[in-house]
Design a protein around this ligand. Structure first.
Ligand code: FES
Ligand code: FES
Length: 151
């Protein structure tokens, strides 16, 4: 592979091993540091990106697995669901330290792309694997619920 599609841009990737996790391709090779490293073992959600619109753990997904697929990261400013979520994130003053929040927003974006009118249970189920050490869970749930009304 010598290119990857990130946030609708085709990017040349030379001298990057195909067994490099997407998280490290983004952070180390492309300086897209909005995607965070938390646990590195698929348990916290900090590294969540979208692959063809589906929320995916960047630490558990290899470059070889995303050939010809579209990756969306928190740096994307043109995604409809993500921008609506951002607005409600701000209105609800969701973030505290902020470290987990890119992964939370990406996971919520994946949810709203799959199910634009989620129930409270749907939201809790979808967001269950995204850990927030600051305990912002209730505000996250409210922001997603309000965003779903605008979609
Ligand atoms: S860093 Fe990928 S799930 Fe925690
Ligand atoms: S806002 Fe601090 S870890 Fe979630």
């Amino acid at each position: 592979m010598n290119y990857i599609i990130i946030n609708n841009k085709k990017i040349e990737l030379n001298n990057v091993s195909e067994d490099t996790p997407v998280l490290w391709v983004l952070r180390d090779h492309l300086n897209l540091t909005g995607t965070k490293f938390g646990c590195g073992v698929g348990m916290c959600g900090a590294c969540t990106v979208l692959v063809d619109g589906v929320a995916t753990r960047g630490c558990q997904t290899l470059l070889s697995e995303v050939k010809e697929k579209k990756i969306t990261t928190i740096e994307n400013s043109e995604d409809k669901e993500m921008n609506i979520l951002r607005m409600h994130w701000k209105e609800e003053d969701v973030a505290q330290c902020g470290y987990c929040q890119p992964g939370q927003i990406m996971n919520a974006t994946g949810l709203l792309k799959e199910n634009s009118k989620p129930s409270e249970e749907d939201i809790l189920d979808a967001m269950d694997g995204n850990i927030c050490r600051c305990g912002t869970y209730n505000r996250i749930k409210t922001a997603i619920f309000k965003a779903s009304k605008d979609i």
